[in-house]
Design a protein around this ligand. Structure first.
Ligand SMILES: Cc1cc2nc3c(=O)[nH]c(=O)nc-3n(C[C@H](O)[C@H](O)[C@H](O)COP(=O)(O)OP(=O)(O)OC[C@H]3O[C@@H](n4cnc5c(N)ncnc54)[C@H](O)[C@@H]3O)c2cc1C
Ligand SMILES: *[C@@H]1O[C@H](CO)[C@@H](O)[C@H](O)[C@H]1NC(C)=O
Ligand SMILES: *[C@@H]1O[C@H](CO)[C@@H](O)[C@H](O)[C@H]1NC(C)=O
Ligand SMILES: *[C@@H]1O[C@H](CO)[C@@H](O)[C@H](O)[C@H]1NC(C)=O
Ligand SMILES: *[C@@H]1O[C@H](CO)[C@@H](O)[C@H](O)[C@H]1NC(C)=O
Ligand SMILES: *[C@@H]1O[C@H](CO)[C@@H](O)[C@H](O)[C@H]1NC(C)=O
Length: 526
């Protein structure tokens, strides 16, 4: 310990001096010796041959592999709770910023980039991916580096298909970041968010303590279930409530490509119908457009047989023209495979599938009053101007309506008809202007256009798992002149009336603000 303190004080003076290569070398040497003496052996520093591969491995948004983006001193891959704690403690003692990475799907790369003012370390949790299912009480302990696909696979496998977990559709999303930010998916109208189904958790805090629900306190246990990743400490594992699903579920996928007006009529009706359907029935819609054609794809999941699904939709949404031949019966886990865009069940546990990495930018909104037909036509005309763009509309209602807005930090409950995700995505070949500046500028204008149609009382709303730095960032440099007040601008978009309780929880668990990023919750200045 004495050695550490010596290193730390040496190091602080060097850090202040300059960003010389010597500083980096010193940092790397100190971190290496700290990790090795704590028995953490799987890590990779900037000079090691595995560094680029390990850093790249979980980067989903290629906007953040630009050479201008600051890179970490090291990527550390703890394999046990003890090693995770050691990695966190080494970083804290050496005054290194920490970026926790579970699945690496952060839209803004917050799990593997930093603002460049302080050297940082990526603590990558991919080797913490064990799942322990307890059939006796339908729960599971899941290490936080486990992907959703790995969770779905293990739960279905061990329960013989009778249990599932309500969370997102993309199999490579990590449970660390996803559950920390809410976690919405095909089962959410029936069972709520992933975060609504967390029973306990193990958190390593900025003092190096290993806490569970009883020792972290109810405010902190509340905050970690939807208050966003990277603010509270390192989640080592979640205890999840598993949910029952029938042996056979129905999935339907159908596409309707037509001029903007008839698609707008279909979506206009969908807005009224989908949030009011039985909880067992979920229909989302994805839309893209070119000048003459608007493409819509409806994804349906029904927790029951085709013979019950089709008549409900024929009665409630005849305009869709759903035919039995659009649908198939399968086990719930097979439907998870399908909605993740995978081929087979074993793909669920493959972190490299689907493999396509893209450049993208997304934004989100909530809708409480149906958008008028003309507004939808206008939106589709916007989409037609940017061939790389699409929107996804996720239906709320059902259980999402019945969970009080303050149960967990995610507040978008009763009265929300659906959520909108706006995205623009492009590939290397199409990348002409460095960072996709024109694509992003287009997205921001479209978002302005939509302002008049979406939820805006008391403020325009957003979903923290679709993290969007356009909404504002915290400046951590310089003295704290009411950062918690300044962060309210975006904090209330994500959390509405829950924001102040999040600030209180942050002040209690991490008053020194060790766990932070450009949009983490600030503690109150002491
Ligand atoms: C292709 C794709 C599909 C998606 N589909 C859905 C969907 O269907 N439903 C939905 O709700 N969302 C969806 N999302 C959004 C997704 O939920 C968020 O991006 C989520 O935060 C990703 O979690 P992660 O662990 O993969 O990301 P990471 O980038 O690893 O982490 C995200 C944030 O959480 C922090 N964090 C990660 N692990 C921990 C930990 N153990 N302890 C504390 N903090 C941690 C990170 O530091 C970072 O700030 C999707 C995203 C993508 C890219
Ligand atoms: C870095 O270290 C080398 C050798 O240890 C030394 O010669 C050099 O002057 C140092 N550079 C700086 C900027 O401190
Ligand atoms: C470290 O973890 C990575 C990711 O699982 C793995 O590929 C690599 O082989 C491990 N390295 C060592 C030295 O154990
Ligand atoms: C990491 O990704 C960047 C950008 O795609 C690429 O330039 C680099 O070669 C990659 N490195 C490895 C080792 O894959
Ligand atoms: C769109 O339709 C018009 C009129 O039918 C036609 O002239 C034009 O070529 C079409 N554009 C595209 C991109 O298909
Ligand atoms: C469904 O499709 C089949 C075959 O394409 C067709 O024979 C049948 O009439 C359709 N049913 C309805 C209700 O449209």
């Amino acid at each position: 310990m004495k050695l550490f303190l010596l290193l730390v004080s040496y190091f602080v003076s060097v850090t202040n001096a300059a960003q010389s290569t010597n500083t980096t070398t010193t940092i790397t040497t100190s971190l290496t010796s700290c990790l090795v003496s704590a028995n953490v052996h799987n890590f990779s520093t900037a000079t090691s041959s595995s560094y680029n591969h390990l850093l790249n491995f979980s980067i989903r948004n290629l906007r953040f592999v630009d050479p201008a983006v600051a890179r970490p001193v090291a990527v550390v891959l703890p394999g046990t709770k003890h090693q995770l704690r050691s990695a966190v403690v080494c970083c804290i003692n050496l005054l290194l910023s920490i970026r926790l990475r579970s699945g690496g799907h952060s839209y803004e790369g917050l799990s593997y980039t930093a603002d460049g003012t302080n050297p940082f370390v990526v603590v990558d949790l991919m080797n913490l991916n064990r799942v322990r299912v307890n059939l006796a009480d339908s729960t599971a302990w899941v290490e936080s580096g486990t992907t959703l696909g790995e969770v779905y696979y293990a739960v279905a496998d061990e329960s013989g298909g009778s249990l599932a977990f309500p969370a997102g559709s993309c199999s490579t999303v990590g449970s660390g970041g996803h559950i920390a930010g809410g976690g919405f998916g095909f089962l959410s109208r029936k069972y709520g968010l992933a975060a609504d189904n967390v029973l306990d958790a193990v958190l390593i805090d900025s003092a190096g303590r290993v806490l569970d629900r009883s020792t972290m306190g109810e405010d902190v246990f509340w905050a970690i279930r939807g208050g966003g990743g990277g603010s509270w400490g390192a989640i080592y594992a979640w205890k999840l409530r598993l949910v029952p699903v029938p042996d056979r579920v129905t999935t339907c996928q159908l596409s309707r490509s037509m001029p903007s007006r008839p698609v707008a009529e279909l979506v206009h009706k969908w807005q009224h119908v989908s949030p009011a359907l039985p909880d067992e029935l979920y229909i989302s819609v994805a839309i893209s457009a070119t000048v003459n054609v608007t493409n819509s794809r409806f994804d349906v999941q029904f927790l029951g047989p085709i013979s019950r699904a089709v008549p409900i939709l024929a009665r409630r949404f005849p305009e869709l023209g759903l035919n039995e031949s659009d649908c198939a019966e399968m086990s719930w886990v097979e439907s998870a495979v399908r909605f993740a865009g995978l081929e087979s069940k074993s793909d669920l546990t493959d972190r490299t599938t689907p493999s396509g990495k893209i450049y993208f930018k997304s934004k989100s909104d909530y809708v409480r009053v149906p958008v008028p037909l003309a507004g939808l036509v206008g939106a589709f005309n916007w989409l037609a101007k940017e061939p790389k763009s699409y929107i996804i509309l996720d239906p709320y209602g059902g259980t999402m309506d019945r969970i009080p807005s303050h149960d967990v930090p995610f507040p978008h409950r009763r009265g929300n008809l659906y959520g909108i995700q706006y995205s623009v995505a492009w590939t290397k070949e199409e990348e002409e202007d460095g960072v996709g500046y024109e694509h992003i500028a287009w997205l921001r204008e479209f978002y302005e256009y939509m302002a008049r149609y979406v939820s805006k009382e008391p403020t325009r709303a957003a979903y923290v798992n679709y993290v969007d730095l356009d909404l504002g960032v915290v400046d951590w440099s310089g003295p704290d002149r009411d950062r918690a007040g300044a962060a309210r601008v975006w904090g209330e978009k994500y959390f509405l009336g829950n924001y102040d309780r999040l600030v209180r929880a942050k002040t209690a668990i991490d008053p020194g603000n060790v766990f932070r990023h450009q949009q983490s919750i600030p503690p109150l200045a002491s």
